[in-house]
Design a protein around this ligand. Sequence first.
Ligand code: APR
Ligand code: PHB
Length: 389
Amino acid sequence: MRTQVVIIGSGPSGLLLGQLLAKEGIDTIILEQKSKDYVLGRIRAGVLEEGAVRLIEQAGAAERLHQQGLIHDGTEIAFDSARHRIDFKGLTGKTVTVYGQTEVTRDLMDARASIGAPTVYEALDVSLHAIESDRPIVRFRANGTVQEIECDYVAGCDGFHGVSRRSIPEDRLKAFERVYPFGWLGVLVDKPPASNELIYVNHERGFALCSMRSTTRSRYYLQCRVDENVEDWPDDKFWEELTRRLDPEAVSKLSTGPSIEKSIAPLRSFVAEPMRFGNLFLAGDAAHIVPPTGAKGLNLAASDVAYLSSAIIDWYRRNSRGGLDAYAGRALARVWKAERFSWWMTQILHRFPEESGFDQRIQRAELEYLFSSTAAQTALAENYVGLPY
Ligand code: APR
Ligand code: PHB
């Protein structure tokens, strides 16, 4: 087989890249290790920056997003039982759209199917060869047979545990990492949200978040220990603990019910540099991870794909290598700013097991400053709605 670009991974990064390239007549094959149903069963965050919405529009997959997505003009931060609003729209002129990542993935898959672009699901043992040459080769096993695709470029969009980043020689890649000493226990429930905006809660028992997927489906999180199991958290215990961390008004509006999904996610900051090796380009979680505080994961995948798609298009349309050579630098400059913001949001909102009295007072000072300063609120807002690209 031969194609122009082999895309490894059918998450939001790979699918979005495939659509943007297809619009310019560039052929791609997506290789995905899991089944379509498995990919569509994963529950992830659901806050889109305007830049991500624009790209999904360009990809021809924004119809349902515009019908069902909820526009949020701000968010709330609860501390000492008081809620403080950060007015995104007033401070930056921008908003965010709440629309689940699973739905984004479904819409992009449908758009890809409608143009007849190929995806191989359950592609096993994907391996990359000759990626420093002009003719990289990707080998995989599907339906029991080993197959090979020759291509011009490989896009590594296969998430944190994928094969792409691991195919780069160790001495050509530098990883930067911070692992946080807690996780998030998330619950999805078919009940209306407790508030019409998200509420990020800093509570002495630990962080909590009230989020949503729609006007009838809510997503709640609790800071938990990394070594806890979901089995230790029956629904009743979850709602009881959440109730303890919320302010009385949120509690009065909280509508509980049987969870339809429950999972624990660890929190990690991670960046691999550079995001390129020969003709392999990394995008999204394959190259970097952010803790979920601030909902930057999918939005960073989108900005990587914006840079990478325009670089690949420039090569095929204008014979220009400039974009490809600049890709890693441009993407990483934005990645690090989102890493900083997600780390900072994590820092100000969680309880750290080893924190000293000094750490606690600094955190309190940081929050009190935020609530009293328009400049500080603007800094939060402009990062939350997304830095330009
Ligand atoms: N071969 C083929 N596919 C693979 C392999 C492999 N060896 N390893 C992983 N994959 C697939 C995964 O099954 C998954 O479907 O690659 C896909 C990667 O998708 P995501 O993990 O969703 O990563 P990405 O598309 O970069 O999206 C980033 O998704 O994970 C969230 O928090 C993240 O919001 C961010 C966004
Ligand atoms: C979510 O809805 O899953 C969500 C929202 C905001 C975050 C993280 C997760 O910061």
